[in-house]
Design a protein around this ligand. Structure first.
Ligand SMILES: [Zn+2]
Ligand SMILES: [Zn+2]
Length: 255
């Protein structure tokens, strides 16, 4: 299995970088997880979207889905046949939200003429050939799902956006690679009680990887501005108990 980082930025982009976008290839399939602003330009350096089996959206925050608007412009302006349409898997209950976005950017059929839209059910695994994707709900400011991806006897877990929660250990369980968000530089940056939290510090991401007995931890969705995020790597390594990597734009990770 291979993970390629197309973008790692949080909602406020790191200079010159795209927001969330991760290509995952394995079991003969190629999937794009999340498609935040800037991701389509990165994708097109490598693949036409026809070479994807699906785009999978973790949640409906702009930094994870807004480049669906841009992706539409790669396709001709007509209703494509079922075979020609790209499969886009949305979070449960979000189709109406996407319809509102379509109307806002030009027309109700902006997406449905080019994409084969569906929602996963929030629990059940879905398959692309011999690759399996299992959604796990996380704790975020809006409904959000992380994913376990299994193919070729290997496991990758992607947290999407999340605060510490019970489901995370399950998500990370025995993963060969945990791709974890680490958006917060400190807890002050998260929502404060009584509001529920929505993100992780690097130290919390390290603890999730440790609890789940993940073999490798790659931090993403973190603010990086001209530094190498050594602070984040050090904090996460202290709780993980092993070396930690920072997701690098354009870098491929063999799993
Ligand atoms: Zn985000
Ligand atoms: Zn979010």
């Amino acid at each position: 299995m291979r993970l390629t980082v197309l973008g790692r930025s949080p909602a406020r982009p790191n200079p010159g970088e795209a927001c969330a976008g991760y290509l995952i290839e394995g079991g003969g399939s190629r999937l794009l997880f999340d498609i935040g602003p800037g991701v389509v330009a990165q994708l097109l350096r490598r693949h036409h979207p026809d070479e994807l089996d699906a785009v999978i959206i973790s949640h409906m925050h702009a930094d994870h889905m807004l480049d669906l608007v841009t992706l539409r412009y790669v396709y001709p302006w007509r209703r494509l046949s079922a075979d020609e349409r790209l499969r886009v898997v949305l979070p449960p209950g979000s189709a109406d939200q996407l319809l509102d976005l379509a109307k806002g950017v030009g027309g109700a059929k902006h997406f449905e003429d080019a994409f084969q839209l569906s929602e996963h059910d929030g629990i059940s695994p879905f398959r692309f050939g011999s690759l399996t994707v299992t959604p796990r709900e996380t704790q975020h400011y809006i409904p959000c799902w992380g994913f376990r991806v299994e193919a070729d006897g290997r496991r990758l877990a992607y947290t999407a956006d999340t605060a510490p929660c019970n489901g995370l250990t399950d998500l990370a369980d025995d993963a060969d690679l945990l791709l974890s968000e680490a958006t917060l530089r400190s807890l002050d940056e998260d929502a404060q009680p009584p509001e529920p939290r929505g993100h992780l510090t690097p130290a919390e991401a390290g603890a999730v990887a440790q609890d789940g007995r993940a073999r490798r931890l790659v931090l993403t969705h973190l603010p990086v501005n001209g530094d190498d995020a050594t602070w984040a790597r050090t904090d996460a390594a202290a709780t993980f108990g092993s070396e930690v990597e920072i997701a690098e734009p354009s870098k491929a990770y063999e799993i």
